[in-house]
Design a protein around this ligand. Structure first.
Ligand SMILES: [Mg+2]
Length: 362
């Protein structure tokens, strides 16, 4: 089999309302794709690779990939990685990730297997949390509590909320309000999106320990590895991070120097499925857990494939007006709060082009 063409597509649409986390506000949502076509008629859909730098990187790399066998993921990853001015960190590594995901989609389609079965097939129902709890205009404690209770009523056994954008006392009150609303048995995850300095994160962690957070995510800037270590030693709350970390080398340093308990690896960021599985093995050697960041459509397969997959991040309809119309198949919560990967060959994230068409930007 040979790769015959590689193209990119990008779609963008406004959210119902801007949403904010500890540091950033998001007004739009969207979808970026890398399509890999083959001489046997199979097409791989790679997720990501958008924006000017992403598209330019795909354009630059495709010359080295066209004519090659898409099944040879280890060789093609190496081909993309070795030119030393591309990759290693940032948007170019994200573009490599998108291509690699598309290659794995082809690989699983050729095998006639859902990706999670091809990679390891550890389980077909993965524990899941509903992500939300953003700061929004007009959203007070009552509205936050209502959102979290609604998530539990949908079947979620774990929910996540944002912190870090307001005064610490106010965030402590928000965490307390959510714990009171969901009761003691639902897992409560808290995410600062790097809003704190290490000394502040220590202070905040101690103030919310009594509300029994399941984890404290991205408390501080990703590059402050020693700060992570100090925080890990100062609190009983497990520290989770990694959504802004790249490749096995980055995770090696995060594990060795940062000492964090839970790795929020993201296949769309760190180098694709090929590199994700190496991070998984690195974590397994230390008995550490993987809880991927975002992008449920690819990550449901990766959590289902591996023995140290802790929990899947899941976004529901309220955060995206196109929810349910982006792909032909939409992931939904099972009755027990888990999510199952689609039982079709490949990743099963087939874009719903008719619904997306009005939002195409590139
Ligand atoms: Mg996060």
């Amino acid at each position: 089999m040979k790769i015959t063409a590689i193209t990119t597509e990008e779609y963008k649409w406004p959210r119902h309302k801007p949403i904010s986390n500890g540091l950033h506000t998001y007004t739009h949502s969207g979808l970026a794709l890398v399509k890999i076509e083959t001489d046997e008629g199979l097409t791989g859909i790679g997720l990501g690779g958008g924006g000017g730098i992403g598209r330019a990187t795909v354009e630059r790399l495709k010359g080295d990939l066209i004519g090659e066998d898409p099944i040879d993921v280890e060789r093609l990853w190496h081909t993309m990685w070795v030119p030393k001015l591309l990759g290693r960190r940032g948007l170019t590594t994200r573009a490599i990730s998108a291509i690699d995901i598309g290659l794995w989609d082809i690989r699983a389609k050729v095998a006639g297997l859902p990706l999670y079965k091809l990679l390891g097939g550890f389980r077909d129902r993965v524990p899941t949390y509903i992500a939300g709890g953003y700061y929004e205009e007009g959203k007070g404690l009552k509205e936050l509590q209502r959102e979290m209770v609604e998530n539990v009523e949908l079947g979620a056994r774990a929910v996540k909320m944002k912190v870090g954008a307001v005064a610490m006392a106010e965030d402590v009150a928000r965490v307390r309000a959510v714990r009171e609303a969901i009761g003691p048995d639902v897992k409560l995850l808290v995410d600062a999106n790097c809003a704190y300095r290490a000394y502040q994160a220590v202070q905040f962690a101690r103030r919310i320990e009594e509300y029994d957070p399941f984890w404290f995510e991205e408390p501080i800037a990703p590059d402050d590895l020693e700060g992570h270590r100090r925080l890990v030693e100062a609190t009983t709350i497990p520290i989770a991070t990694g959504e802004n970390e790249y490749t096995r080398y980055g995770f090696r340093d995060l594990i060795e120097r940062g000492g964090v308990a839970i790795l929020n690896a993201d296949a769309k960021v760190l180098g694709g499925v090929t590199e994700f599985m190496k991070v998984v093995a690195l974590a397994q050697a230390r008995d550490l857990d993987i809880a991927p960041h975002g992008s449920q459509d690819i990550h449901v397969h990766l959590v289902a494939a591996i023995a140290n997959g802790l929990i899947l991040e899941f976004y529901r309809d309220t955060v995206d007006p196109m929810w349910g119309r982006i792909y032909r198949h939409t992931l939904r919560l099972n009755d027990d709060g888990t999510v199952s990967p689609p039982d079709v060959p490949g990743i099963g994230a087939d874009p719903n082009y008719e619904a997306l068409a009005p939002y195409r930007v590139a």
